[in-house]
Ligand binder design. Structure first.
Ligand code: C2E
Ligand code: MG
Ligand code: MG
Ligand code: MG
Length: 286
C-alpha cells in the first residue's frame, strides 16, 4: 500500500525489517530440516599440552553445510537456533555425534559447547545421561563449555542443572572468560572445573604490556582456584612462547591447529609430535 510522502522512508524501513524477519524465518525452517537431514557436521579443534606437543582434548564445533549458501559457521545460525528453541534438538545432535566420534580417540577428552537455553530444558539431564549411556562414553572424558551468559537471567534451575551435570562426573568449563562485564563474580557462583580465557586477552599480548599482566593474573587466579586453565585463540609462536612460561594447562588456537574433521585428528597429533622433534633438533644443532 502507498504511503504519504512524509512516511516514505518509514515504508522502506518497514519493508527491509519485514525482509529480515522473513529471511530469519526461512533460515529457521531450513535449520529444522538440516538437523533432520544430516546437513550439520562437526569439526574438532585440538587442545594441547603447554609445549604444544601432545593433544589432550578436542573441542567440538558445529558447522552447517547449507545446500545453497555453502558452509555456515555457528555465528550465522546459533543465535537463530536459540531464539526459536531449535538449539535444544541441535545441541542434542551435537552431543550425540561428538560422544560417538570420541570413541575414535579413547585417549582424549572431549569438550562440547552447551547453550544456556539447553540447560533450562527440563529434559536436559535425562537426555545427556541417555546419550552417555548409548555411546558408552565415560562421563569423566566429557567437558561441557558454558559462557557467562548462563548467568544472565537469575534462574536458579540453570545452576542446579550445572550441579547435576557435575554430579554425573562431567566437567564444566567457563568459556570466553573475561569477555563479559562481571566475570569475576561468576567464579563464586559455581565451582567450574576449567577456565577458558577469552581470546581477546591473547590477541592483546603483543600490543600492550597491561595485557601480559592481566593474562598472567587470570592464569594464576584459575590455578589458585584449582581449575584447569585453557588459553584459546593462540595464533602465533610468540603467544605460545609466553604461555609456556605460565601455569596455563592447555593451549588452543590456529597456531596449533585449525578445527578439523574427526578423521584428521590422528594426523594433527602426528604433526604436532613431529614438530616438537624438529624444534628440539634445531635447539640442539641450530
Ligand atoms: P567458542 O566455543 O569460544 O569456540 C572457539 C571459536 O574460536 C571457534 O569458532 C574457533 O574456530 C575459533 N578459533 C579457534 N582458534 C582460533 C584462533 O587462533 N584465532 C581465531 N580468531 N579464532 C579461533 P566457531 O567454530 O566459529 O564457533 C564460534 C562460537 O559458536 C563458539 O565459540 C561457540 O560459542 C559457538 N558454538 C560452536 N559450536 C557450537 C555448538 O555445537 N553448540 C553451541 N551451543 N554453540 C556452539
Ligand atoms: Mg567453546
Ligand atoms: Mg571460547
Ligand atoms: Mg563462545
Amino acid at each position: 500500500a502507498a504511503k504519504s510522502n512524509g512516511r516514505g522512508r518509514w515504508a522502506f524501513f518497514d519493508a527491509s525489517m519485514e525482509e529480515q524477519v522473513r529471511a530469519r524465518e526461512s533460515l529457521a525452517r531450513e535449520l529444522r530440516q538440516a538437523i533432520d537431514r544430516d546437513q550439520l557436521s562437526l569439526v574438532y579443534q585440538p587442545q594441547t599440552s603447554i609445549n604444544g606437543r601432545k593433544v589432550l582434548a578436542v573441542e567440538a564445533l558445529v558447522r552447517w553445510n547449507h545446500p545453497v549458501r555453502g558452509p555456515l559457521s555457528p555465528g550465522a545460525f546459533i543465535p537463530i537456533a536459540e531464539e526459536t528453541g531449535l538449539i535444544n534438538d541441535l545441541g542434542m545432535w551435537v552431543l550425540k555425534r561428538a560422544c560417538e566420534d570420541a570413541a575414535k580417540w579413547p585417549h582424549l577428552k572431549l569438550s562440547v559447547n552447551v547453550s544456556p537455553i539447553q540447560f533450562r530444558h527440563p529434559q536436559f539431564i535425562e537426555r545427556l545421561s541417555s546419550i552417555l549411556g548409548m555411546t558408552r562414553l565415560n562421563p569423566h572424558r566429557l567437558e561441557v563449555e558454558v559462557t557467562e551468559s548462563v548467568f544472565s537471567n537469575k534462574d536458579r534451575t540453570v545452576l542446579e542443572t550445572l550441579q547435576k551435570v557435575h554430579e554425573m562426573g562431567v566437567r564444566v568449563a567457563l568459556d570466553d572468560f573475561g569477555a563479559g562485564y562481571s566475570s569475576l563474580s561468576y567464579l563464586r557462583q559455581f565451582p567450574f572445573d576449567t577456565l577458558k580465557i577469552d581470546r581477546g586477552f591473547i590477541a592483546g599480548l603483543e600490543s600492550s604490556p597491561h595485557a601480559t599482566a592481566i593474562l598472567g593474573t587470570i592464569i594464576n587466579l584459575g590455578e589458585a582456584l584449582g581449575m584447569s586453565v585453557v588459553a584459546e585463540g593462540i595464533e602465533t609462536e610468540q603467544q605460545a612462547a609466553f604461555l609456556r612460561l605460565t601455569k596455563c594447562d592447555r593451549l588452543q588456537g590456529f597456531y596449533l591447529s585449525r578445527p578439523v574433521p574427526a578423521d584428521e585428528i590422528r594426523d594433527v597429533e602426528h604433526r604436532l609430535a613431529q614438530l616438537d622433534q624438529l624444534q628440539s633438533v634445531s635447539r640442539r644443532f641450530g
